[in-house]
Ligand binder design. Sequence first.
Ligand code: ADP
Length: 245
Amino acid sequence: MLPLACGAKLKEVKIVIEFRNVSKVYDSTDTHALNHVNIKIEDGEFVFVVGSSGAGKSTFLKLIMHEEKPTEGEVIFNEYSSATLKKRQVPYYRRTMGIVFQDFRLIASRTVFDNLALAMRAVGASPKEIRSRIPYVLELVGLKGKENNYPDELSGGEQQRVSVARALVNNPSTIVADEPTGNLDPARSLEIMTLLERINALGTTVIVVTHERGLVNHFNKRVIYLESGRVVGDATGTYEGVTQQ
Ligand code: ADP
C-alpha cells in the first residue's frame, strides 16, 4: 500500500444502503423477484433504479423500506440490518426515510398543513416544532402560501410537491421515490425531478425508481438497471449507456 502524503486524509465514505447477496422469493407465486443482488449506496448519492415491468424494482424499494424481508441475504440501512431488525424497531427505522409514491397518497380531507403535521406528530414532534418546520419545508418545495389548501384544490404537480414536502418534513437521511412522476405530464415531471435533485444537493440521499428514459438521461446520475431480479447494469450516465452495457 502506498503511504499517504503527509497530512492527507482519506475521505470517509459512509454507506447508507447495502444489499448483501439479497434474494426475494414470493412464496404465493413462487416468483424469484430478486436474485443475489449486491449493491452499495453511499450517503449523499442520487440513484435511479430502472428496468422493465416485473424486473424487481418495487421489490427492491420494499426491501429498503422494510415492507418485505429478504428470503436470503441481508439489507442494511444506516445502522439497521434486516437480519436482526425487530418489529418494534421498524417505526424508528422508517423515521430516517422519506417516501414518495406515484399516486401522492395525501389525505383528501386534510389541508396541506395538516397532511404534513400528521407526519410530524407521528414521530412525536412538538406543536412548536411543527409550526416552525412546515413553512420552511413548503417554501423549499415551492408551495409557500398553500398551507390551508386541500389536496384537490392543487394541480397534480403541486400535490406531488406536497408529498415530497411530507417525505422531507422529519428531516430524513434518505428519500425513496417509487415512480414519482408516473402521474404527471413531462413539464411537471421535470420539475419534480429537479426538486429531488435540489434536495439531494442539500445532503439527502435520493433513490428514484422510474421508467422515464428522458428524465434519466437529463440528470446524468448513477443508474442501476434491473432485469429478471438481477443487477445487470450499474453506472453513471444515460439510460441507454447502462442498459446496453
Ligand atoms: P417491478 O417493480 O420492476 O415491476 P416487482 O418488484 O413489482 O417489479 O415484481 C417482480 C416480480 O415479483 C414480478 O414477477 C411480480 O409479479 C412479482 N411480485 C411482486 N410482488 C409480489 C407479491 N406481493 N406476491 C407475489 N408476487 C409478487
